[in-house]
Design a protein around this ligand. Sequence first.
Ligand code: FAD
Length: 417
Amino acid sequence: MREERTEVLVVGAGPVGLLTAILLAEAGIEVKIIDREERTTARSYACALHARTLKLLSQLGLAAPVLERGRRVQVMAFYDGATRQAELKLSELGGEFPYMVILPQNVFEGVLEERLRKAGVTVSWNHRFDDVQGAGETVVANVEELGATGTGYIVPHWEAVVKRNFPVRAQFLVGADGHGSLVRQRLGIENTQGAGQEFFAAYEFEPEEKVENEVRVVLDASTTNVLWPLAGNRYRWTFQLLKAEMAREFPEKERVGMRFAQKAVDERIRQYVQEAAKRRAPWFSAGVKEITWCTEVVFEHRVARQFGRDRCWLAGDAAHQTGPVGVQSMNVGLAEAATLAGALRRILREKAPLEVLAACDRDWQVEWRRLLGLAGGLKPRKEASPWARERGGRILPCLPASHEDLPRLASQLGFDV
Ligand SMILES: Cc1cc2nc3c(=O)[nH]c(=O)nc-3n(C[C@H](O)[C@H](O)[C@H](O)COP(=O)(O)OP(=O)(O)OC[C@H]3O[C@@H](n4cnc5c(N)ncnc54)[C@H](O)[C@@H]3O)c2cc1C
């Protein structure tokens, strides 16, 4: 069995893994990136890029393709039923990007994969990480190359089979393998839990009217809901479900964007979305013309107790998760990718000590403890409205910001953080 070698092995070609690989490759570091799926995702999933992320992307010359394909939004409004309770003005963040960009995750991943290719690296799709062992100043990961085989007679379907197993020896391994991270499990790293699980259903649709250019969050007494204006005159409603009428597993992301015609079912879903919107957001008058996608998903509030150790490190959803509205997990994951790639470059090229990675871990823990409310949460000042005070814990994961921008947005609602 031939051993492959590289300086850094990145496991997972989601946004965080792709960005890590781009930054390493462009720093002249040999990188291999694998993903167990056969291609990038096909849906909008985490569909907003924070102002701080845009700044990071612009340093790489990637802001332009993102701005071209996305929708700039300057206002996030908070409603409770029919009443507009508060609003965040991202324009007050100042700087070059005083807005967030609404961009479907699949489009963003396409931009990143193209850039990675330009840097001379192609993703090894259909390659699954299985295990990792330390070996002196290197690690050796066991990787499985997957193929598909047709099974079933009456109803044929495709199943992944392992075509071959091979070791990859690397100086470092980055686990950017998402919510169920096998890298984290193999390292035996537990999570610190914040609030409990939350269940959501998301519906993407074409409305009857023109899409309005703001993100609207509906925080009623018991549910958190959000209306995203997508590019191309489409919306996405994400409703929090109170009862677990759904699978408890976080779903795998779809890789094919096609939906089979299911007229009667789509009509029932369309009516459900209209009715749910009427109940939760009586101001919503745009109507639902056609449902183009729907899914259910459960989110946890957690962070890994350590982001890694020795020569194996985690970034993105592999290490954390929070609620969907503020899109903090992906955006902060992208910042982690940049810090981690910089630290690995310093170790590999400038002989910096491994301790720089432990320092990254300390900073990330501080940020995540803050984002998960484990460091005291949002602290109301006297001008915070009673409505906002009551919902401080639920507002925190809705803020489309982290790091230095988080207190600036929180402050607009009368909170310190
Ligand atoms: C239905 C749904 C809706 C969502 N909606 C929102 C939302 O509204 N707001 C929000 O903030 N977030 C949302 N998310 C979550 C969001 O998609 C993630 O935060 C984001 O993808 C994290 O990026 P990542 O690169 O860290 O991980 P991922 O994008 O999950 O990438 C991980 C990659 O690792 C690969 N992988 C996993 N295991 C292995 C292995 N053993 N070997 C090789 N490869 C492996 C996976 O195939 C995947 O491509 C949603 C997710 C889903 C599924």
